[in-house]
Design a protein around this ligand. Sequence first.
Ligand SMILES: [Zn+2]
Length: 56
Amino acid sequence: MKVHCTNCNYQYSPRSGKMPSKCPYCDKQGSIEKIKEMQQWIDEIADEEVEKSSRC
Ligand SMILES: [Zn+2]
């Protein structure tokens, strides 16, 4: 998982796998948002298609 700070635009991957409550770079509270990576989109679409075909 990758997150970014909406305040300073710092991007990193938290090791705990959890959303940090504040930015480790600029120290602003509540500025961290999750980034959805392209591979994640692809994986989700692939899962959907498998589900549909198994239903038939
Ligand atoms: Zn920041």
